[in-house]
Design a protein around this ligand. Structure first.
Ligand code: COA
Length: 151
């Protein structure tokens, strides 16, 4: 374990972390929707319902990693994983995933899914390392309610 890794603490997110978390998502190149799924109010509500699935990695007060989980009473999902550039390749993503998976299992999840863009080769490697398998027979469909509003 590196010296930097030894200092990393894992904790639940607080809504006061929102701006710093959004900054980390943006710096990490995630296509987030601050007008939709990732708005302050959406995150506040999901935090209230399942605080144990909103997890931060911190180095002396600085947010260096984040992951969100969700649970639909059948399956668990992992979303929005991002690690600050200078802190990558030290196992922080693995640590956040292990933590969130354990919380999902406690809630009763019998399967955990995660979506990513096809060209995100690093995420694919990470997910494979963590025991996930690509679902080649699945095509993901989506409908934006924000975009369809007022149609
Ligand atoms: C993907 C990401 C979260 C990985 O975070 P990380 O803390 O560096 O990952 P870890 O150190 O825990 O690595 C775990 C495993 O992932 C794989 N991995 C991570 N980074 C890798 C890289 N640059 N190249 C190849 N494999 C890599 C390896 O298998 C690694 O295990 P190993 O170190 O034992 O070989 C980070 O690169 C990131 O924030 N990327 C930008 C945002 C993003 O794409 N998020 C995912 C959205 S689905």
């Amino acid at each position: 374990m590196t010296d930097q890794m030894k200092k990393i603490t894992i904790r639940r997110m607080d809504i006061s972390d929102y701006e710093e978390v959004v900054k980390l998502w943006r710096e990490s190149g995630l296509k987030i929707e601050t007008e939709g799924t990732d708005s302050y109010n959406s995150i506040r509500k999901s935090l209230e319902i399942m605080p144990q699935l909103h997890i931060i990695a911190e180095d002396k007060g600085l947010i260096v990693g984040v992951i969100l989980g969700s649970y639909d009473y059948r399956k668990g999902y992992l979303h929005r994983l991002a690690i600050k550039k200078e802190y990558r390749r030290q196992g922080i993503a693995k640590k956040l995933m292990n933590y969130t998976e354990a919380e999902l299992i406690k809630l009763g999840a019998s399967r955990i899914d995660s979506l990513m863009f096809k060209d995100n080769s690093i995420s694919k490697k990470l997910l494979k390392k963590m025991g996930y398998e690509p679902a080649y027979n699945v095509t993901y469909f989506t409908k934006s309610i924000v975009r369809h509003k007022g149609r």
